[in-house]
Design a binder for this molecule. Structure first.
Ligand SMILES: Cc1cc2nc3c(=O)[nH]c(=O)nc-3n(C[C@H](O)[C@H](O)[C@H](O)COP(=O)(O)OP(=O)(O)OC[C@H]3O[C@@H](n4cnc5c(N)ncnc54)[C@H](O)[C@@H]3O)c2cc1C
Ligand code: FES
Ligand code: FES
Length: 492
């Protein structure tokens, strides 16, 4: 690997340039804002991406002369990742007087103790700027990752709707200027930063990533940091060497082909949702329930696969679809069936210095049927107890191929070979499904934990299969109701 000069972290904070040296690479954006800048409007509630009190807006060049804006949780974003990005906090929102959203929050009585308010405001503001806010449901979706303990969500949603009615200002010209400035601040080549015994690399193309990782196979890769951030804030782990893959442009690409979709490893869940909804609406719906907006704006497809979690939501869906995973080490690329990546709990088929590059997702053929559903205690922003995804190929009336994949049922995301065998070669109807439901008990011995008991998990998995059959038969036309705590709070 060519020698890389160390640099400072250059970014824009509330319209002003910053150049930071000396802060440990695992300093979070929240720590920096509150302790160094004394911008205490951004709050710390949970320090693990759950409450949204720390929401800030970040912007970066979109590659087309404009800016890509997104709200993220400052508590689990590392400061060096801000190099070449712009950060906006709640203090900046009121720079020209009270913002219409802040005014609406006052008029709708949407704040009581006020602790959550800056986070809600920044999240709604980001949703408005990015055109994600239209009707009541879209406002509810926007704040699914923000918690309020006092006000109840109704007045906050009402305030959001007031803002939704305001025209979004045209910032194209200013955005183009800022994009150029940010690109210049990001610098060329591999960004390298060092302080307090820790080092951070951020390559921007995949060859540099391959070289950097080959030279430092002991480094921790970080993408959206929605897992790795918690290793620092909750587990207090020391991460002396980090390689940030989130800026590797080749890995942020979505490529649409007629029969397949390619998602780069650093594609965020927000971007993946748009693409995967086109494969099947269930995937879009599942991703709507994947954490909240801020996490989906940061967390990546590659991170969700590489972390090997048995309760990750994407792997069962992608396995059921017959996806392949592309792994790269040095100059070598290999492709494996996604299910083969997950060897055992905490063990994946990935060598030192090898990284997840992309996933190939086949589209559904006309004779294929698909179903995906997430079971969690809360509708919004909750980790799955059971995630089920099924793809059947039906020729005539007979099932010629079955891929039934589950999360939360074993130490890895896994297929159900016995249940699949019970369906193949038979008509997809009551009898074959009953046999497959029984076979699921042989495929899996799920665990009991805080999310669900073993029997609940097995019963849910079996019943989801039954539901799929009933939906296919047209006996169930409505999806399980889309309501969550926020709706109850609103009624209350
Ligand atoms: C509040 C909250 C809610 C969440 N809700 C959900 C949910 O509903 N469903 C769900 O499935 N998950 C959920 N998660 C978990 C997490 O958001 C996802 O797993 C996310 O996809 C991780 O992606 P990331 O880019 O943030 O990964 P990171 O945190 O950056 O990395 C995760 C792991 O992957 C490795 N890694 C990252 N990129 C690569 C790569 N290209 N090659 C090799 N290794 C790599 C890292 O080294 C690390 O081991 C939640 C997390 C939080 C904090
Ligand atoms: S402090 Fe709770 S999400 Fe960041
Ligand atoms: S107003 Fe108190 S937590 Fe929301």
């Amino acid at each position: 690997m060519a020698a890389t000069d160390l640099r400072t972290i250059r970014f824009i904070l509330n319209g002003e340039e910053r150049s930071v040296a000396g802060a440990p690479p695992t300093t979070t954006v929240l720590e920096y804002l509150r302790r160094t800048e004394r911008l205490t409007g951004t709050k710390e509630g949970c320090a693990e991406g759950d409450c949204g009190a720390c929401t800030v807006l970040i912007a970066e060049p979109d590659g087309a002369g404009g800016l890509h804006r997104r709200a993220v949780n400052a508590c689990i974003q590392f400061l060096p990742a801000m190099n070449g990005r712009a950060v906006e906090t709640v203090e900046h929102l009121g720079r020209d007087g009270v913002h219409p959203l802040q005014q609406a929050m006052v008029e709708k009585h949407a704040s009581q103790c006020g602790f959550c308010t800056p986070g809600f405001v920044m999240q709604l503001y980001a949703g408005w700027l990015t055109g994600a806010m239209s009707d009541r449901q879209s406002v509810k979706d926007l704040v699914a990752g923000n918690l309020c303990r006092c006000t109840g969500y109704g007045p906050i949603i009402d305030a959001g709707l007031e803002l939704a009615a305001c025209p979004v200002p045209d910032t194209a010209e200013a955005d183009a200027g800022l994009a150029t400035r940010l690109a210049e601040m990001e610098g060329k080549g591999v960004f390298a930063y060092e302080a307090a015994g820790g080092r951070w690399y951020a390559p921007t193309n995949v060859d540099d990533l391959a070289d950097t990782y080959a030279a430092h196979p002991d480094a921790v890769l970080v993408a959206g940091a929605t897992d790795v951030g918690l290793w620092v804030t909750k587990q207090h782990r020391d991460l002396p060497l980090i390689i940030d893959v989130s800026k590797v442009r080749d890995l942020t690409m979505v490529e649409e082909r007629q029969d397949k979709l390619y998602l780069g490893a650093a594609v965020t869940h927000r971007m993946a949702r748009e693409a995967l909804s086109g494969v099947h609406p269930d995937l879009g719906e599942m991703l709507r329930r994947f954490a909240g907006y801020q996490i989906r704006n940061a967390g990546t497809v590659g991170g969700n696969i590489a972390n090997g979690s048995p309760i990750g939501d994407l792997p069962p869906c992608l396995i059921a679809l017959g996806s392949r995973l592309f792994l790269r080490k040095g100059d070598g690329i290999r492709a494996i069936a996604l299910e083969d990546f997950f060897i055992d709990y905490g063990r994946q088929d990935r060598e030192p210095g090898e990284f997840v590059a992309a996933v190939e997702v086949p589209r559904l053929a006309d004779n294929q049927r698909f179903f995906a559903y997430k079971i969690s205690k809360r509708f919004d922003s909750d980790i799955s107890a059971v995630m089920a995804a099924f793809r059947l190929t039906i020729d005539g009336e007979i099932v010629s191929d079955a891929r039934l994949a589950f999360g939360g049922m074993a130490g890895t995301p896994r297929r159900a070979p016995k249940a699949e065998a019970a369906l193949i070669g038979r008509r997809f109807g009551e009898a074959s499904v009953a046999a497959a439901m029984a076979a699921l008990a042989e495929d899996f011995s799920p665990l009991t934990d805080m999310r669900a008991s073993d029997s609940y998990r097995l019963k849910s998995a079996q019943n989801l299969l039954k539901r799929f059959q009933l939906e296919q038969a047209g006996e169930v036309t409505q999806r399980i109701a889309s309501w969550g705590l926020s709706d109850i709070a609103e009624v209350a």
